[in-house]
Design a protein around this ligand. Structure first.
Ligand SMILES: NC(=O)C1=CN([C@@H]2O[C@H](COP(=O)(O)OP(=O)(O)OC[C@H]3O[C@@H](n4cnc5c(N)ncnc54)[C@H](O)[C@@H]3O)[C@@H](O)[C@H]2O)C=CC1
Ligand SMILES: Nc1nc(=O)c2c([nH]1)NC[C@@H]1CN(c3ccc(C(=O)N[C@@H](CCC(=O)O)C(=O)O)cc3)C=[N+]21
Length: 340
């Protein structure tokens, strides 16, 4: 190339920018939600029962963000064998507002991890992993208490962080009706794990997108059907399809593959694509993707932590109305979350 600099067209958006905006909102909401201005700081109890360095790191970052934003973060490093009883204790402790458990715990025994997920009380399930929360998400149901619709269902942190990033990037089109704002967008999600990729594909399809969910077992199409007439997503196997078929069709590509060697083949991406990476490994070849993408978000972790605090505030807002709360205060509590 000639010595003349070619202006870069790709905009790199850092998670920090999105997280800061959200944390400011969380602070505001917390002030509205806490009826009593002298109320104590909300407390998140965290349980670390594995020796996964990624989980320990995540716990460290969460602690820092909690403490910087007026929350208590109470980390319990414990043995797997004591975990169940410790969770039951936290469920019953009125000083605990939310509970997070770092997974995986019993490697190779997902059933046992699932059992722990269900041991966390619904009212303290800050990660949205209890069955009722998951069921509502897959069924596109937003409230826990129909028809009153005052208690919002909790969404899992990383999938919701990606939704929030897509809103920030204005991929969600506010001209369209709420709930349909991804209509017309084609999105590929590479990873179909039960905690990240599958819930994310479902959320995006529930919001109107055409979603290709890619895993090593193959490609599935998640949509709300022709004209997005269905109330929730449907899933179709795309026999024989692979990245080569879906990447050229995609307006947005989301990578979540937990290996160093996996890279999204840049040459298959559309010009002007939006690329988001949520894996702890770089799924996109940075320099190359910047030549092709219009927007690149290299990581999402900080937004995940902001969502964790947002979910914690929501759990507090969902609690039974304290005795003596005025109608106005109650209205403000509900108003605080009206937009998602
Ligand atoms: N930034 C954040 O907020 C968070 C990031 N993570 C990170 O995201 C990554 C994924 O986490 P999990 O979903 O919990 O992992 P997981 O190991 O449960 O699932 C990974 C999925 O990717 C699939 N996969 C592996 N290689 C693939 C390939 N070449 N093509 C398509 N699919 C492939 C696997 O079959 C599996 O279904 C990890 O790096 C993790 O650290 C996880 C949680 C939060
Ligand atoms: N129940 C449970 N929920 C989880 O959400 C969960 C878990 N268990 N086990 C471990 C994984 C891993 N994980 C990360 C979260 C944030 C960053 C994060 O903040 N990353 C920085 C990376 C910065 C750097 O690398 O220096 C960023 O994206 O900006 C990374 C990884 C959550 N996990």
């Amino acid at each position: 190339m000639a010595s003349q600099e070619v202006p870069k067209t790709c905009k790199v958006i850092l998670a920090d920018t999105i997280a800061k905006k959200m944390l400011a909102e969380v602070k505001e909401t917390l002030a509205k939600v806490q009826a009593n201005p002298n109320a104590s700081k909300p407390t998140l109890a965290a349980f670390l029962a594995n020796d996964d360095p990624a989980a320990a790191q995540y716990a460290e970052w969460s602690k820092k963000t909690c403490e910087e934003n007026g929350f208590n973060f109470d980390l319990h490093k414990i043995q797997k064998e004591s975990l169940e009883e410790a969770i039951v204790e936290a469920n019953n402790d009125p000083a605990v507002d939310g509970i997070i458990v770092y997974y995986p715990i019993w490697v190779g025994n997902q059933q046992q991890d699932r059992y722990i997920q269900e041991t966390v009380a619904l009212s303290k399930d800050v990660e949205g992993l209890c069955h009722t929360h998951l069921f509502n998400m897959y069924h596109n149901v937003r409230f826990l208490d129909p028809p009153h619709n005052l208690k919002k269902s909790i969404l899992p942190c990383t999938p919701l962080a990606i939704v929030k990033a897509l809103e920030h990037l204005q991929i969600y089109n506010p001209i369209l009706a709420y709930g349909n704002r991804l209509y017309g967008k084609t999105i590929t999600v590479i990873n179909r794990s039960e905690v990240n990729g599958r819930p994310l594909a479902a959320l995006l399809a529930n919001d109107g997108a055409t979603v290709y969910s890619v895993d090593i077992t193959g490609v599935q199409l998640f949509t709300r059907g022709s004209g997005i007439r269905a109330p929730r997503h449907q899933v179709l196997d795309k026999e024989g399809w692979g990245l080569k078929d879906v990447l050229p069709l995609s307006d947005v590509v989301i990578g979540g593959v937990p290996t160093e060697k996996f890279k999204v083949p840049t040459e298959l991406l559309r010009e002007g694509v939006v690329c988001i990476n949520f894996s702890s490994y770089r799924n996109f070849d940075g320099p190359a993707v910047k030549e092709k993408a219009s927007i690149y978000v290299p990581s999402i972790g900080k937004v995940t932590i902001a969502v964790l605090l947002r979910n914690l505030v929501r759990l507090i807002a969902n609690r039974p109305r304290p005795e003596g709360t005025s109608d106005d205060a109650e209205k403000a509590r509900n108003e605080a979350f009206k937009d998602d």
